[in-house]
Design a protein around this ligand. Sequence first.
Ligand SMILES: Cc1ncc(C[n+]2csc(CCOP(=O)(O)OP(=O)(O)O)c2C)c(N)n1
Ligand code: SF4
Ligand SMILES: [Mg+2]
Length: 351
Amino acid sequence: MTYHAKPKLHHPSLARNAVGLTRRDYEGKVSTLCAGCGHDSISAAIIQACWELDVKPHRVAKLSGIGCSSKTPDYFLRNAHGFNAVHGRMPSVLTGANLANRELLYLGVSGDGDSASIGIGQFVHSIRRGVNMVYIVENNGVYGLTKGQFSATADQGSTSKRGVVNADQPIDLVGLALQLGASYVARGFSGDKQQLVPLIKGAIHHRGAAFIDVISPCVAFNNHAGSTKSYEYVRQHNEAVNRLDVIPCRSEISVEYPEGSVVEVEQHDGSVLRLRKLAAGYDPTDRAAALNLVLAHDSRGEVATGLLFVDSAAHDLHQHLNTTEVPFNRLDAAVLCPGAAALQRINEGLR
Ligand SMILES: Cc1ncc(C[n+]2csc(CCOP(=O)(O)OP(=O)(O)O)c2C)c(N)n1
Ligand code: SF4
Ligand SMILES: [Mg+2]
C-alpha cells in the first residue's frame, strides 16, 4: 500500500505569513518522483515563493500537461484549483480559464517534452497572446516519464545514458519566448533555490506572459557525463547574469548598493524588481540584448541564468481584447443575455 497524504497537524511554533499560513499549508501530496529529481526542488521553490508572498492558495489555479514535471502540481498548494490537461494542452486550458476569471493567479507547469514537442503550438500562442500567467518549464532534456528519450531541448552532440549521440538542433525555449514577445523571461536551475525563488516571486508579481525555463536534471535518465542537463554540467557552466530581489512595496527598500551595480524595475502593481548585476553592462529591459546574450552563451555551451528580460509596461491578453473585469461566474443573466433590443442594436451597427 502506498501512503500519499501528509499529516495536517502542525507544530504550533511554525512561522506564519501575513495570511496566517505556515509553509506546510502550501505543500501537497508526498512526491512519487525519483529521489533527487530536479522537479521536486522546483516544487519546493514554488511553495517557498507563494508562502513568502502571502499568496492565498485558493486564489491560485495550477495547470499542467503530462510528464513527471506535469505531475508536480499534485505536490504543492493542495488547496489551489488544479487541472491536469492532455499532453501539451496546458496552455490553451490555462488561456480559457484565465479569460473566464482573471482574478486567479495562473501557474502553468510543464516539461520540455510537453512544451517543446507535442505542445509547442500551444506554448507559442499562449506566449504571443500575452496571457497573464507564470509558465514554468521543468527542463531536463528528456521525456522522463516515458523512460528518457531525447526531447527537443536536448543539445546537439549530447549523449543519452546509453551513449547515443543527439544529432538534432535544440529548441531554446528562452530564445523562443523572447522572440514571441514574452514580457518576463528567466532561466533558473533546480539546484539553485536561492536564485529560483525570487525568479518565481517576480513572475507572480508580473502582469503578462512570464516564462521561466528551469534546468531540472533527470537523475534516472539524463544525469551522466555527456549530458548537458546534468547537475554537474549545469553547475560548471552556469553563468548568472544577475541576482534578483523582489520587493513587494517600494517603501521597504533598505539595503544600499554601490552606484551602477543595481537595476531597479518597478512593476505595474508597485512592487520592485531589484537586480544586482553580475554581467557587466547587461540591461534586462532590452529584448534584443537578451536574445543576443542567450545565443552567445548557447554557442559557448554556457547556461545563462537569471532574469533575462522584463517589460513592466506590458499589456496582457485581457487588455488586448478589452474584456470585462468581472469573472464570468459573477456576471448575471441580464449582462450575459441582454435581450432582443440589444441584439437588434448590434445588428444595426453592422449593416
Ligand atoms: C498524446 C500523448 N502522446 C504521448 C504520450 C506519452 N508521453 C507521456 S509523458 C511524455 C513526455 C514527457 O516529457 P516531459 O514533458 O519532458 O516531462 P518529464 O517527464 O521529462 O518531466 C510522453 C511522450 C502521452 N501521454 N500522450
Ligand atoms: S524519471 Fe527523471 S524526470 Fe521522472 S521522476 Fe525520475 S528523475 Fe524525475
Ligand atoms: Mg522532460
